[in-house]
Design a protein around this ligand. Structure first.
Ligand SMILES: Cc1cc2nc3c(=O)[nH]c(=O)nc-3n(C[C@H](O)[C@H](O)[C@H](O)COP(=O)(O)OP(=O)(O)OC[C@H]3O[C@@H](n4cnc5c(N)ncnc54)[C@H](O)[C@@H]3O)c2cc1C
Length: 442
């Protein structure tokens, strides 16, 4: 087997994957189209550019992204090493000086004798030898030519260019006293229904039409045609007081068991995972600012204490229908020599993208060196992300941040969220330590 890997994209995922491979003695050719060509969001000439915020979010392990970072730290992530080395004060968050951060990663990659940096756009996956190993890490703004080439390999219908997602909330945060299970016209009980009376609907409606939207970036407008088929709930509301009552909030076919009557309006929640630990708000694609989503959607009585695991978004985002295409080692099932990592696999966020790059690098290295390596399971944040990508059962697969809803629950009742999450995190870190020791990692 060839011990050389081509990686397309020197972003967060591509750099962590390259680093893991190089650390294990494998030669890497890292292809990056910058500085010759840049996506509409990239500005600098450096690798691992942070395209927007300079924060890698919470650093506490009782927060899922804090746990993910700690796992990555223990697994030898270059991105986390760089973030630790270039951090700026940010309370409980890990924020970085973006120039120093990218500079740190660029220096480490360019100074590594096992990694050859090749500048230029890759337009054709077929350019690589059919039995050579390729990792695609070209991100949410993958260049058009490469996207076409990926579609030719995966099938056109499996690569999406736009992310129009409704918010996802944790099941345990729903006030079950204000909700009931039912499908319309008594056809089962697949939906958790959150009823509103007329007064509650009016308060909700007024808040929704007055809420602030996020600003669309110029390159997001590419997705304008998608807005037609996937209208944001706030845009629909602007069309009139009753429009939602004939759309996503229609009460038709539903009876509230509390009073035996049809509610004035109903928001339906659908299970997002097999365990039923998360729900999405059906038909609530939204472009509201995140704090506005929390403020307005919490006016729905059953959701007054809702914990948002993911806010709704509408923006340009190239990503695969990974559960149909990839296995838990980030390999294309039908052509395992082609792998994907980063945001293009359906993880969301800087840290998550780097995390998938790290694990893709670890698995690929083990395979090329013909070593047995276990797949991390969903008892860890790294493993839970891998499972989300390869095995999410959601009917409408969407990119997702790491959250405790996708990590294996404790299996015992614990009072207090902080305490429960800390226990899950401690269990995960023990697993990571054992894994790292077993496989000789760092
Ligand atoms: C506008 C925008 C803002 C975002 N803001 C945040 C945020 O604030 N916080 C957060 O956590 N996440 C944010 N994200 C989401 C995501 O975390 C980042 O996009 C993250 O950088 C993804 O990492 P990646 O490695 O998958 O892709 P990237 O970091 O984008 O890296 C991909 C690399 O591949 C290169 N490339 C693309 N096509 C080719 C090609 N054909 N040949 C060679 N090279 C190619 C690109 O130049 C780029 O350097 C944002 C995404 C977008 C689009």
């Amino acid at each position: 087997m060839q011990r050389k890997v081509d990686i397309i994209g020197g972003g967060l995922a591509g750099c962590d994957a390259a680093w893991q491979l190089a650390q294990r003695g494998i030669d890497v050719r890292l292809h990056e189209m910058k500085p010759h060509k840049k996506t509409p969001a990239h500005n600098s000439d450096q690798l691992a550019e942070l395209v927007c915020s300079n924060s890698l979010r919470s650093d506490r392990i009782s927060n899922a992204v804090g746990l993910l970072k700690e796992e990555m730290r223990r697994m030898g992530s270059l991105v986390i090493e760089a973030a630790d080395a270039t951090q700026v004060p940010a309370g409980g968050a890990l924020a970085v000086d973006r120039e120093l951060f990218s500079g740190y990663v660029t220096d480490k990659i360019s100074g590594n004798g096992k990694i050859e940096l090749i500048e230029g756009e890759v337009t054709d996956l077929g350019a690589f030898t059919p039995d050579g190993t390729v990792i695609v890490a070209s991100g949410p703004l993958t260049s058009d030519a490469l996207a076409q080439s990926i579609q030719a390999v995966t099938g056109e219908e499996y690569l999406h260019f736009f992310d129009a997602a409704a918010p996802i909330i944790s099941a345990e945060s729903v006030d079950m006293g204000q909700a009931f299970w039912a499908s319309r016209y008594d056809r089962g009980s697949d939906y958790l229904n959150c009823p509103m009376d007329e007064q509650q609907y009016k308060v909700f409606y007024d808040a929704l039409v007055g809420a602030q939207c996020a600003v669309l970036k110029e390159f997001d407008m590419d997705g304008a045609q998608v807005f037609e088929g996937c209208m944001p709930v706030e845009t629909m509301a602007q069309r009139g007081y009753e429009t939602l009552l004939f759309g996503p909030l229609k009460p038709k076919g539903l009876t509230d068991p509390q009073d035996g009557k049809r509610p004035f309006a109903v928001v339906q929640l659908r299970k997002e995972d097999a365990a039923g630990s998360m729900f999405n708000l059906v038909g609530f694609q939204t472009h509201l600012k995140f704090p506005e989503q929390k403020r307005v959607f919490s006016l729905i009585p059953a959701l007054r204490n809702a914990e948002f695991l993911r806010y709704g978004v509408m923006h340009r985002n190239t990503y695969l229908q990974s559960p149909k295409l990839l296995d838990t080692r980030y390999r294309l099932k039908k052509r395992p020599n082609i792998r994907f990592c980063g945001q293009i696999t359906g993880v969301e966020g800087y840290v998550e993208s780097a995390a998938s790059g790290l694990m893709c690098g670890v698995y690929t290295a083990a395979e090329l060196m013909e070593e047995d390596i276990d797949v991390l399971d969903r008892y860890t944040a790294l493993g839970a992300l891998g499972e989300h990508v390869a095995a999410s059962v959601s009917k409408d697969f969407q990119p997702m941040n790491i959250n405790f809803g996708i990590i294996e629950p404790l299996g015992q009742r614990v009072r207090g969220k902080e305490q429960k999450n800390t226990m899950i995190a401690e269990r995960a870190l023990e697993k990571i330590n054992t894994y790292a020791e077993k496989h000789g990692i760092n």
